[in-house]
Ligand binder design. Structure first.
Ligand code: NAG
Length: 187
């Protein structure tokens, strides 16, 4: 008898919890919800490697980088860029995308940049897809690594890194060509 009573009161408690609980979680579900994630076997993460040259042009009639705040070679100097990304190192080489964003001299010795930019691609299957890079660029070092923090289109859920290496630099004008190797995992 005693065990029957315990059992039925446990049952009653369970029914009570099931009836009441939805009222407590319903408001929560509106702000954020867990989507039924794809089964592990359905997600095929791809690793892509991209290689291109970034042309930062400060001189001439059509600069692709303009200083918008501070002084170019001093702490605080900030530039907005819309730099072409090309297949080959030459300026006239096929354009595969553009690097749009900004960089700022963010170290007191003015030897390091904060870079915030989106690579917008226009070539082949990546046409319309983009990658976002946010990182520290100590540009006097031979190879600089910066994180890829996200992407769109074919690069949804992207994460990875870039290796940037200056291959041409004009001391007089500040024009530079930088080789980019991008390693990115995405869906
Ligand atoms: C990229 O996509 C745009 C818009 O859909 C299209 O106009 C353009 O021709 C495409 N470029 C290449 C190289 O496929």
């Amino acid at each position: 008898m005693a065990s029957f009573l315990t059992c039925s009161s446990t049952l009653f408690t369970l029914i009570f919890i099931f009836l009441i609980t939805p009222f407590f979680i319903v408001t929560d579900a509106k702000f954020s919800e867990q989507l039924p994630g794809p089964k592990a076997s359905h997600v095929v993460e791809k690793m892509s490697h991209l290689h291109f040259y970034f042309h930062d042009i400060l001189s001439g009639k059509h600069p692709t980088a303009i200083t918008v705040a501070g002084r170019k070679n001093e702490f605080g100097g900030t530039a907005i860029i819309d730099d072409p990304l090309t297949e080959g190192v030459e300026h006239g080489s096929k354009v595969v995308g553009r690097a749009q964003g900004m960089y700022a001299k963010s170290s007191l010795d003015a030897a390091s940049l904060l870079m915030v930019m989106n690579f917008e691609f226009i070539e082949g299957k990546y046409n319309g897809s983009s990658l976002s890079v946010l990182g520290r660029n100590p540009f006097l070092e031979t190879v600089r690594e910066m994180p890829v923090v996200g992407g769109t289109g074919l690069f949804r859920f992207a994460r990875g890194y870039v290796l940037a290496k200056t291959v041409r630099y004009n001391v007089g004008t500040g024009d530079a060509v930088v080789e980019y190797n991008v390693f990115v995992m995405h869906h």
